[in-house]
Ligand binder design. Structure first.
Ligand SMILES: Nc1ncnc2c1ncn2[C@@H]1O[C@H](COP(=O)(O)OP(=O)(O)OP(=O)(O)O)[C@@H](O)[C@H]1O
Ligand SMILES: [Mg+2]
Length: 272
């Protein structure tokens, strides 16, 4: 599946890997030699403080920024050596849901979802409508086709953005803070949705989050970006860590509302 290390992350095939990546914006160095691997078909979560480089990891994987040195393997291709044209082929395999959602304000939800297919395929109107319906079903959104993005709630918007990210059947889904700004019930709904998408469609999911509790529930693998360097492991491994920085991070940034037993949230999550 990949030309880089074939296992190592919990024994699974590696779908995405960074090898000794140095990334700096001007004289601001974000990574001095980051190496990490994301297993195929699993949910990996990137945690870290604000400015630690979480979004930058996703942008490096998507080939949106290039590192000063090191290699980045995405589904077997080293994106650091590809031309823009060649990158296009790799990006077809990626679904990206960025921090701001980024649906187009002037287009209806239907047109927002149809957009990637109109741009990149020659599918008929009927086929496009069927594809949009299928993704809206996948994210449990109904009767929103004719609405504009500003007519949706925050949670619905996240779901619509997620539907758009999976329009072209990506094999790897990158999500930047899909839970930000959501109430605890909506966090659990999006979380369940992502896990379902991962299990049903066998998509490799790499997501950035600052919700510790949610991460511990849904992640197969965690990459924690700390000032001293990156630490990776399963949620259980991180919980057992004796490293003071890891322990500190995991206890500090608790999303308390998610920790509390909440029957309503569980019921809502179960409905999706
Ligand atoms: N295009 C850019 N130009 C200059 N500096 C940048 C650029 N993108 C990111 N940075 C810097 O790189 C560092 C990491 O940014 P990044 O957006 O990856 O952080 P983050 O962990 O996602 O933070 P947050 O949790 O606030 O979203 C920050 O210091 C940021 O200022
Ligand atoms: Mg970010």
């Amino acid at each position: 599946m990949t030309t880089e290390p074939t296992s190592g992350a919990a024994g699974a095939d590696v779908h995405v890997a960074l090898a000794d990546v140095r990334m700096a914006f001007g004289d601001r160095e974000v990574f001095r030699g980051l190496s990490c691997a994301f297993p195929a078909g699993k949910v990996s979560v990137i945690l870290g403080g604000s400015g630690s480089g979480k979004s930058t990891v996703l942008r490096l994987i998507g080939g949106l920024v290039r590192p000063q040195s090191g290699h980045i393997f995405v589904a077997g291709e080293d994106v650091t050596v590809l031309s823009e044209r060649q990158l296009y082929g790799v990006r077809k395999k990626l679904g990206m849901m960025f921090q701001d959602g980024a649906l187009l304000d002037s287009l209806t939800i239907f047109e927002n979802l149809a957009f990637p297919l109109r741009e990149h395929t020659t599918l008929s109107e009927h086929a496009i409508a069927t594809a949009v319906r299928r993704r809206l079903d996948a994210v449990a959104l109904t009767d929103v086709d004719a609405l504009l993005p500003n007519q949706l709630s925050g949670g619905m918007l996240k779901r619509a953005a997620l539907a758009r990210a999976i329009m072209r059947d990506p094999v790897i889904l990158l999500c930047d803070e899909p839970f930000s700004g959501l109430d605890p019930i909506s966090v659990k709904r999006i979380e369940s949705l992502l896990v379902r998408i991962n299990r049903r469609l066998a998509i490799t999911i790499i997501l950035v989050s600052h919700h510790i509790a949610s991460t511990m529930r849904m992640a197969d693998r965690v990459l924690l970006l700390l000032p001293s360097g990156a630490v990776a492991g399963s949620p259980a491994e991180l919980r057992r860590s004796a490293d003071a920085q890891v322990v500190g991070f995991l206890s500090e940034e608790r999303d308390g509302a998610d920790d509390a037993p909440n029957a309503a949230a569980d019921a809502a999550a179960g409905r999706i």
